[in-house]
Design a protein around this ligand. Structure first.
Ligand SMILES: [Zn+2]
Length: 463
């Protein structure tokens, strides 16, 4: 980058910061300062980062004990002495927070007695876990999370001022002023939106032509939406779609999907793990050997039976938000699974890693024999029936009953032999007393957020 270009980008960022109130409503220009901080702290050693996490945690615990009825009660019950957490092992003395607790809690029970409800954002979670709920976040938490977003965009090669396109569901529930502010924000960021709910054959060509014409440096959106675009490009033999970086999120990204997207759009795909409650949780760097945790903002634990798993093992993701003082979220069970990694990344960043997020909890099927099968298993196993199955969805109705919805490739449906083969395999894995129903269908519904989940569990998860 030339000096002039550097100057220009610096000026753009300053302008964005100075006009911040014109394009945002809950957040503050502090997020740009935080972004600058995060750009530096990512290169600190893992030990330094962990030490800072513990300091921030102790501060949060002290505050929560004093100002949040739920934590006062729980810490007393568990004999937790606040300001006394000296290591990550000590974290295990703190209670884990389930979604049910938040959902069932009465007014104020989970909130700080200092909360100003006029100045917080009510965040509704997508409900893809089957349990829609909301939490509150204040400006400071939102500033830190936006700072983390700007940092990870940078990991893909994007720089402030570069054009980008977001493949997402359209904003709903915004008022007129917010819509205008959002428009200004998009303009300043060089950001366009493609509405993901409207992806049909008719619109896809238009979207792809838009991408070709706009030449974004980076695109982000649902993994499956990118897959649809990649398929469309391939089937129509379009050669001119070049998007240097793609950030895929919200869904499992299989190796096959990644390869397909990279090939069709001439891209490098960066997978991201995030959620509505905390925004970006962990993100791939150019090394692609795992996901760097946003450790300045969050503590991420991987647990099984309440204890941290060993390296290489899979466990449940439990998250502590170090910046939310309006509704402290301490050891929150998000409902997803990941593999623990202790290694340092060769990119040089000290931010700890987590391994492949092997299944979202809702995408994990439980056997009567105690076995858990993740989405990846079903994707892998059923791919061999490609000639007969166009699309499938495995839904667990109860501990001993799963339904396999199938859109068949042929009008005649699928053969009895195939059904038998699949049933034998599933019973072998999940227990002989598992009931397996096949339902031949014409459409498979997306869940509310527009996610097309291959595997859905409707029963509580017990790891
Ligand atoms: Zn790295």
């Amino acid at each position: 980058m030339t000096e002039t270009e550097k100057e220009y980008r610096k000026y753009l960022i300053e302008f964005y910061k100075d006009t911040f109130h014109l394009h945002h409503w809950t957040m503050s220009p502090d997020c740009i300062n935080y972004w600058e901080l995060l750009e530096n702290t990512q290169w600190e050693s893992m030990e330094q980062i962990k030490q800072k996490q513990l300091e921030k945690l102790n501060q949060l615990l002290k505050y929560s004990y004093k100002h949040v009825p739920y934590y006062k009660e729980k810490f007393d019950e568990h004999g937790v002495v606040v300001n006394n957490i000296a290591s990550f092992k000590d974290l295990e003395s703190l209670p884990v927070l389930g979604k049910e607790t938040i959902k069932n809690s009465g007014n104020g029970y989970m909130l700080s007695d200092k909360i100003n409800l006029e100045k917080v954002l009510k965040i509704r979670t997508s409900g893809s876990t089957g349990m829609p709920l909301h939490i509150y976040a204040d400006a400071d938490q939102l500033d830190w999370r936006y700072a983390a977003v700007l940092r990870y965009w940078g990991w893909t090669g994007w720089e402030f001022g570069d054009k980008s396109i977001r493949l997402w569901h359209q904003k709903i529930g915004m008022n007129e002023l917010e819509i205008k502010k959002e428009w200004i924000d998009s303009y300043l960021l060089g950001r366009r939106y493609i509405p993901v709910f409207e992806m049909n054959d008719k619109n896809l060509m238009k979207y792809i032509l838009d991408i070709i014409e706009y030449k974004p440096k980076m695109m982000d959106g649902y993994a499956e939406a990118f897959e649809i675009i990649a398929d469309y490009i391939k089937h129509n033999n379009l050669q001119d779609v070049f998007v240097p970086s793609i950030i895929s999120s919200a869904q499992m990204l299989s190796d096959k999907m990644r390869a397909k997207i990279e090939q069709s759009l001439h891209s490098e795909v960066f997978d991201r793990y995030g959620c509505r409650e905390f925004s970006t949780v962990a993100h791939e760097c150019p090394v692609h050997k795992g996901y760097h945790i946003t450790a300045e903002n969050l503590i991420v634990e991987i647990l099984k039976d309440g204890k941290s798993v060993k390296e290489g093992e899979m466990g449940e993701i439990v998250i502590t938000d170090l910046n939310n003082y309006s509704q402290p979220m301490i050891r929150y069970r998000i409902g997803d699974l990941a593999i623990k990694i202790n290694e340092k990344c060769s990119c040089g960043r000290g931010l700890p890693l987590i391994g492949k997020i092997t299944g979202r909890t809702k995408g994990v099927i439980q056997g009567t024999n105690g076995m858990f099968l993740t989405t990846a298993y079903f994707l892998h196993y059923l791919k061999d029936f490609e000639e007969e199955i166009r699309q499938f969805q495995v839904v667990q109705e109860s501990l001993d009953k799963i339904k396999v919805f199938i859109i068949p490739e042929r009008k005649t449906g699928i053969t009895t032999k195939t059904k038998e083969t699949i049933a034998i395999n599933f019973k072998e894995k999940l227990g002989q007393d598992m009931n397996i129903d096949f339902c031949i269908t014409e459409t498979i519904e997306m869940v509310k957020t527009g996610k097309h989940q291959a595997v859905i569990s409707n029963i509580p998860f017990n790891l």
